[in-house]
Design a binder for this molecule. Structure first.
Ligand code: RI2
Length: 315
């Protein structure tokens, strides 16, 4: 019994380490977070030594809750946890292998979805165009990388994406690929928009009505794009769509530590630093959402939620 508990505690330490990495954004990006959560559940299931099925489910439920508490906005996390934990088994051995198989399948499908989004979304990009992107999205960069690989001559404008400067990850990636890229401060987006042919961004959440929750600053970029009649393209795997929003739930916007914005806010007596990590872009400003299931108008989000995630409105 003591040995069993030790093994279980070891599993917990590893799981908590993954959670810490997600919280501190060492692991970041909605897709990577989802895959890390699936991988952590797989590992946790693998080391559980309990023989009672009910206890196994309790342990796995505990692990899922710990993972879900790391970052409140990304629905990719709760969809990944839900998909991995959706099992039916009559004993612990079968339950364990079902969870491990689900996790492997989720990770594989997620990686395949990013490639497919690149293939589908890149058809919207023509040679000679300048693409603006914000933050660092694997799915958005998959579109840009595919267009470049297909021989299209494109330029990219990347925002810094304060306060965490994910734009530096983006320019590093594009530099490796050999894509000519300009880095701008976030507040230069309006003036840069005159030179932009399309905006391509990722997604943390797509709501039931097709609105987009993404890195703070996305909604003002969308507004400028709308004003300039510049196409605004979203790259989102179908597990970024939020079933809870069709039941009327609002998406919780994560507020991150003030120190990410201002090192020492205590110097000021009357100043409060706000650090919302995401904002909401209304669906009216979105031209197309590129998913692995196709390029869809935002108004089709409900169909994706119903058909790909198995949720629908009920009485
Ligand atoms: P992929 C990121 O969130 C950004 O908002 C990015 O647009 C989104 O996740 C999607 O990224 P954060 O983790 O899943 O940097 O496309 O807060 O990589």
């Amino acid at each position: 019994m003591a040995e069993n508990d030790d093994i279980s505690v070891r599993g917990l330490a590893k799981l908590e380490d993954t959670c810490r990495k997600i919280q501190t954004m060492e692991i970041r990006g909605a897709g990577r977070i989802a895959r890390a959560a699936a991988g952590a559940l797989k590992e946790y299931a693998g080391v559980q030594q309990v023989e009672d099925l009910h206890r196994f489910h309790e342990e796995m439920g505990r692990a899922a809750d710990i993972l879900l508490a790391t970052r409140p906005t990304a629905v990719s996390l709760s969809n990944a946890v839900g998909m991995v934990m959706r099992i039916q088994a009559s004993d612990v051995a079968r339950a364990r292998s079902a969870i491990m198989e689900n996790a492997d399948r989720f990770i594989e499908n997620s990686l395949r979805a990013v490639d497919r989004i690149g293939e589908i979304g890149s058809k919207r990009i023509r040679s000679g165009e300048t693409i603006l992107t914000h933050c660092n999205s694997e799915a958005a960069l998959s579109i840009i990388a595919r267009a470049h690989r297909d021989g299209k001559e494109i330029d990219v404008i990347a925002t810094e994406s304060r306060p965490r400067m994910q734009g530096l990850l983006t320019i590093g990636f594009l530099d490796e690929l050999g894509v000519p890229t300009e880095l701008i401060v976030d507040s230069a987006v309006r003036s840069a928009m005159n030179d932009v042919d399309a905006v391509v961004v990722g997604a943390d959440v797509i709501t039931g009505n097709g609105s987009l929750v993404n890195k703070i600053g996305t909604s003002q970029i969308a507004l400028f794009a709308h004003e300039a009649r510049t196409p605004f393209i979203v790259a989102a795997e179908t597990y970024k769509f939020s079933p809870a929003t069709i039941m009327g739930e609002l998406v919780e916007i994560e507020e991150r530590p003030a120190e990410e914005v201002l090192k020492d806010a205590s110097l000021y007596r009357h100043v409060r630093v706000r650090n919302p990590a995401f904002d909401v872009t209304p669906h009216q400003y979105i031209d197309v959402i590129c998913t692995e299931a196709g390029a869809i108008p935002p108004e089709m989000s409900y169909v994706i939620i119903k058909e790909r995630l198995g949720w629908e409105l009920t009485d």
